[in-house]
Ligand binder design. Structure first.
Ligand code: F7E
Length: 344
């Protein structure tokens, strides 16, 4: 039986990946932080359905000696590094912690893997944010790095150091350069989930308008369960390399919101501009969306849109759910959730 180790197993991608690996007969190990509050909601169903093949270990990647000991005891065939501070906006507030968790931690991990007797394949969760202010569209694996926020800088460092370890030390390490990928398991402080949850609450009768930042921001939004398929495939390939995982299509925050509201039969129109822009229901004129500059970022990425040709050719990976359809899937899931909670 193949063994996989997931760092970040309690997150959106970690939970979908654990499901996929269990479905393929793996024994899955995950590292979880010991905290005063349980943060395992996304994998609770797996803990009860597959207790023999899912093993959770308490620990921290930053506790290097114990992590090294754990890895040499488990001896996984595949190691997926998906952990870290993943909020770009927050990275401006806590840049040092972000760089520690998303940059230096990857180097620590590679150093450990390099020394271990047992060879393992490593996946590193890179990000489209490594391209930040690029003027190349769409971006691919060879696009020069040009990050513009602490999060992107940390991911750029880790991506590059992984390339160094691949070339200099022969470590089988893959960089998955993933563009935004969302799902009903997305954290509520990311814009997509914030929108779909607000749409569901509005449908259930909530009156408080949704407050957002930059509605003109555009992203290449895909569907997380499809991205973990590519992540897994990337470690099955003959050789280690870098892969862009993206849809290749752009959608603005405004369009995403419109699609989410429309999925719940709430038609909204936009009026005004800048901080005075509002979203109103077309049927009753109610204001359901306002701008709050607190959500603006000091700098915004330019047009991050990915070319996934390499993943398509080598891994036979292709996204199926794109932008507005992702919004629809998420809005419907949140509606089910809110309906259950409120009895609507
Ligand atoms: O923002 C704008 C915001 O926080 C998307 C992470 O997975 O993808 C994600 O990072 C856009 C930005 O995701 C709000 O200014 C407007 O332009 O959902 P987000 P992100 O920053 O793109 C990349 C690829 C990663 O690697 C990251 O880990 O939406 N926006 N109004 C807002 N964003 C938030 N969060 N909240 C708002 O109210």
């Amino acid at each position: 039986m193949k063994k996989a180790f997931i760092l970040g197993i309690t997150g959106q991608d970690g939970s979908y990946l654990a499901e996929l690996l269990l479905g393929r007969g793996y024994h899955v190990h995950g590292l979880v932080r010991r905290a005063s509050m349980f943060n395992r909601a996304r994998i609770e169903h797996l803990r009860s359905s597959d207790p023999e093949r899912l093993t959770l270990h308490y620990g921290e990647l930053s506790d290097l000696t114990s992590f090294r000991r754990l890895l040499s005891r488990v001896q996984p065939d595949e190691l997926y590094h998906l952990a870290g501070q993943s909020h770009v906006g927050l990275s401006f507030e806590i840049p040092e912690a972000t760089c520690q968790e998303n940059g230096l931690a990857a180097l620590h991990l590679l150093e450990i893997v390099r020394d271990l007797q047992h060879p393992m394949r490593v996946y590193f969760a890179s990000s489209s944010e490594i391209f930040g202010a690029t003027s190349s569209f769409p971006q691919c694996e060879t696009t020069p790095l040009d990050p513009i926020n602490p999060y992107g800088c940390a991911k750029a460092f880790a991506t590059q150091i992984a390339r160094v370890y691949r070339k200099a030390h022969g470590v089988f390490v893959v960089n998955g350069i993933t563009y935004n990928h969302e799902s009903p398991r997305r954290g509520e402080n990311f814009v997509t989930r914030k929108i779909t949850l607000a749409a569901a609450r509005l449908r259930a009768g909530a009156k408080e308008p949704l407050r957002l930042g930059n509605l003109d921001a555009v992203r290449d939004w895909g569907y997380a369960p499809e991205y973990v398929e590519g992540i897994w495939q990337s470690l099955q390939a003959e050789a280690a390399g870098d892969y862009v995982f993206a849809t290749g299509q752009l959608c603005s925050v405004r369009e995403f919101a419109q699609a989410a509201f429309a999925a719940l039969d709430l038609d909204i129109g936009f009026a005004g501009s800048g901080v005075d822009e509002v979203g109103r229901r077309l049927d009753n004129g109610e204001t359901v969306l306002r701008i709050d500059p607190v959500y603006y970022r000091p700098v915004e990425a330019t047009l991050l849109v990915g070319d996934a040709s390499r993943a398509r050719t080598i891994l036979r990976w292709a996204p199926r759910t794109v932008g507005p359809e992702v919004a629809r899937v998420m809005a419907l899931a949140d509606w089910e959730k809110v309906r259950g909670e409120t009895g609507s």
